[in-house]
Every structure is written in C-alpha cells, then in structure tokens.
Design a protein around this ligand. Structure first.
Ligand SMILES: [Zn+2]
Length: 229
C-alpha cells in the first residue's frame, strides 16, 4: 500500500544527511497524499532507514499499518497539514544556523536576493510555548504556535518558520520541496548571521522593491524565471 509515497518520503529523508542538515536522528520529513501522511519512524538512524520503514498515518494520527512508531513530531506535522492549504510536504531539522536564530528567538530578515528567490519576507520566529503548552500536548501545541505565527502570512510564500528555542520547520508542495526549502533556509540563516556580524548588528533588510523583483519573477502569475513548462 502506498509504496510510491513511502519511497518518496524515504528519499526525501535521505537528503537530510546528504545536505548536512542532520546530526544523529534529529530530523524528519513527511508527505501528505489525500488523507494519508507518510513520515519517518521515530529514532531510526539514517543509514539503517529503509523505504518500508516509513510510517503511514491518517490525518488524526491513527497508524494505518503494523510497523514502527512514527516520528515524535508527527502531531506538529499533522497540525500544519490541517491548517496550511496546498502544503503536502514538511521537513523538520535542527540544522545549525537556522537553529541558532531559533535559539536567539529572532526572525531572519530578508537581507538579499538568495532569500528573496524562495521566501517572500522575513522568516518568522514563533513565541515561546507556555509551561502549560509544554506540559500538555507538546508536539500538537508546537504546531498550533506555528499556525498562530502565520495569522496574516501566506505559508506558500513564506515556506518556513523558526520555533523559538527549538529549530526550523519548512514545507512545500512535496516532501522533496520541503527539503529544498530546508537547505535554502540553512544557507540564508548563515548568510544573514554573517551579514549581521559584519555590520555590527544588521543586516539591514533589503529594499522591498528588490524583494518583490526576485520573489515575483520566480513565483506568481507573471513569473518569468527559468524555462517555460
Ligand atoms: Zn526538533
């Protein structure tokens, strides 16, 4: 059942060590297909992971096949799928540069065109979870805080978030696209930090006109970047 979905999610998970986004097992990728979500099993080392180990769950978190337990972050993924229309792939890592911004509790300012090619605005950092939210349904509440952060923001235009004191989540139209956005986020997090250090407190936000130019030439109805399909 759903072998292609499992293979896609397996391959997307294996991109995390390939791109240096993962230490030990700290990360997971999922993809949604209809009312089924496929996600990495909990605590399995990447070099031991097999396509058949990927766990299938329903949108309520019910496990659809006998096998391994899903990632402990499953409820965060499900909350995002339930609330972010058009999102069909999610990646969570503790990649070093993005997590450093999350630990500082700071938004990553849109400072240059690498950022603007993929992300239409600053990368927001959530508020911290309250003690009650942490003691309660922690992973679900992490998802709720992300959804709260995106009130008034388009998750398809800003396909990433920093969870305060924790780390990044990224998403896209597929598992593979969510991993690509995790790679982009790590890179722009590093460059923003270096820019900030060089400027002694910056970096200044890029001009809105340049942000518009780079994002809108690749995305949206008048996009002209790349080859016509
Ligand atoms: Zn985590």
């Amino acid at each position: 059942m759903k072998d292609e979905l499992k293979r896609r999610v397996y391959e997307a998970n294996m991109l995390l060590p390939k791109y240096g986004l993962i230490t030990f097992t700290w990360g997971n990728v999922s993809e949604r297909e209809g009312d089924v979500v496929a996600i990495k099993p909990s605590g399995v080392e990447y070099d031991a992971l097999r396509p058949e180990d990927i766990v299938l769950v329903g949108m309520d978190g019910s496990i659809l096949e006998d096998g391994l337990n899903p990632s402990s972050d499953l409820e965060t993924h499900l909350e995002l799928y339930r609330n972010f229309e058009g999102v069909a792939g999610i990646t969570h890592t503790h990649s070093e540069w993005a997590t450093s911004w999350a630990q500082a509790g700071m938004d990553i300012p849109a400072a240059g065109t690498t950022h603007a090619d993929y992300i239409y605005g600053d990368v927001p950092c959530t508020r911290g979870l309250t003690p009650g939210e942490i003691r309660g349904a922690y992973e679900l509440n992490t998802g709720k805080v992300i959804v709260e952060t995106f009130a008034g923001l388009d998750p398809l235009a800003v396909p990433c978030v920093l969870v305060k004191n924790h780390g990044p989540f990224t998403w896209g139209a597929s598992a593979a696209e969510s991993v690509r956005n995790a790679v982009v986020l790590e890179q722009i997090a590093k460059m923003a930090f270096v820019g900030r250090t060089l400027q002694g407190g910056g970096p200044e936000r890029m001009p809105q006109s340049l942000l518009d130019k780079h994002y809108l030439r690749k995305h949206g109805k008048n996009a002209y970047y790349g080859q016509k399909k």
